[in-house]
Design a binder for this molecule. Structure first.
Ligand code: SF4
Length: 389
């Protein structure tokens, strides 16, 4: 089944490390953007194939494409009003055959929610909340120029529970400026104490043109050495697993039944449609990319044009490389028999010689038809994955 991604490019302030497609919140632009999103979702769309629509309300439900996840990502999707989220979900319902047990995720920043607002999102059809917490230390939040406090993050999780959410995820970031191993583990333990259903652990990447890079130079902040980062990662995973949060992907852990069904589509060679500015789609071996600028997006959709500025049929080797590259991110790894069936390629014959050193070093495991990373391998995953691309 398809996953549906909806991009919301608005933020209350721009964080100093951010490299996402986003801009400052403007109520007028937001209102026009939501209308454009709905028009894109229900309107004619060449992505489904020449001359066809994927979502016109006139198409009977039994021929509408089936989808079972909606993911509101950003930006800060919790800057949209609950009724706007309800309208967008309604558009998805009219355009797609949405599964009854659909997963509908909303990314939210702790400072932008209240219990009443979260309850309204729940009534609008959202059933999973993902909070961008990043750290449970005030000094780290201030260095990242985040707007929320540790107290607000804790309160937000409690408010989500009170509002009826039984599927709550938190994002944490490691390798922050001045962060030591003990600081990081403080955040991990604080997260565990809040008993989330899912956690994503990201490593900070300081982009060359990020204001954070200048902040770091000015304040002489540094990042921990590589060995410490390895300790941060491995120790965090051990503590999370002890707490009942099982690792299922390089950066993600979850309680039983709470893995991100939407994100699993990206890692299991699935298909998804992305709506909104800068959104990507992958369907029937074609990758589409929407125009990045919010105003250009609104303009194109308003004129009845497709917002997709790029459509590229992936070469067979590219599809295979993507399937292997993303599949290896999963703790369960890759089923080489399934790859053989789908792509007609014997992974061992094609890549075996290049993979051998990693197998010998204990970074990769071969278990029957499965190939998977060990935790040591996850620390050098990018190096290993380059074998495939
Ligand atoms: S809230 Fe998220 S998307 Fe917005 S500026 Fe900060 S990091 Fe970027």
């Amino acid at each position: 089944m398809l996953g549906l991604y909806v991009h919301v490019p608005f933020c209350s302030a721009i964080c100093n490390y951010c490299n996402f497609n986003r801009g400052l919140f403007d109520a007028d632009v937001k209102a026009r953007y939501v209308d454009a999103l709905i028009q894109e979702i229900v309107g004619a769309d060449p992505r489904v194939g020449p001359g066809r629509t994927h979502g016109s309300a006139s198409i009977p439900a039994d021929v509408a494409p089936a989808a079972d996840t909606i993911f509101f990502g950003g930006g800060t999707p919790s800057l949209l009003e609950p009724e706007e989220i309800a309208r967008i979900i309604g558009a998805c319902e009219s355009a797609f055959d949405l599964a009854a047990d659909r997963e509908v995720t909303l990314e939210a920043n702790p400072e932008s929610v209240t219990e009443a607002r979260l309850a309204a999102y729940r009534r609008a059809g959202v059933n999973r909340i993902s909070f961008g917490v990043q750290s449970f230390r005030e000094d780290e939040l201030r260095r990242l120029s985040r707007l929320h406090t540790v107290g607000r993050a804790r309160a937000a999780l409690g408010e989500a529970r009170a509002a009826g959410f039984d599927n709550v995820s938190l994002d944490l970031m490691m390798w922050l400026p001045e962060q030591q191993v003990a600081h990081w583990l403080e955040s991990v333990d604080a997260a565990i104490a809040l008993a989330p259903d899912h956690l994503s652990l990201y490593m900070l990447e300081v982009y060359p043109n990020a204001p954070l890079k200048e902040d770091m130079a000015r304040a002489r902040w540094s990042q921990a050495p590589d060995d410490d980062v390895a300790t941060m990662y491995v120790t965090a995973m051990e503590r999370l697993e002890t707490a009942g949060l099982e690792q299922y992907e390089i950066s993600n852990v979850a309680r039983r039944g709470r893995r991100s069904r939407h994100n699993l589509k990206y890692w299991t060679d699935g298909e998804w449609l992305g709506f909104g500015c800068g959104a990507h789609s992958t369907r029937d071996g074609v990758r589409y990319k929407n125009v990045a600028s919010t105003e250009d997006y609104i303009g194109r959709v308003g004129r009845g044009e497709s917002p997709a500025i790029d459509a590229r049929r992936l070469a067979p080797d590219e599809r295979l490389g993507d399937a292997l590259f993303t599949g290896l991110r999963l703790v369960d790894g890759i089923d080489t028999n399934a790859i053989q069936t789908r792509y007609g390629v014997d992974v061992w014959r094609r890549f075996g010689a290049d993979l051998e050193p990693f197998l010998e070093a204990g970074c990769l495991l071969r278990e029957g038809a499965r190939l998977r990373l060990t935790r040591a391998g996850m620390l050098i995953a990018h190096e290993i994955m380059t074998v495939f691309v």
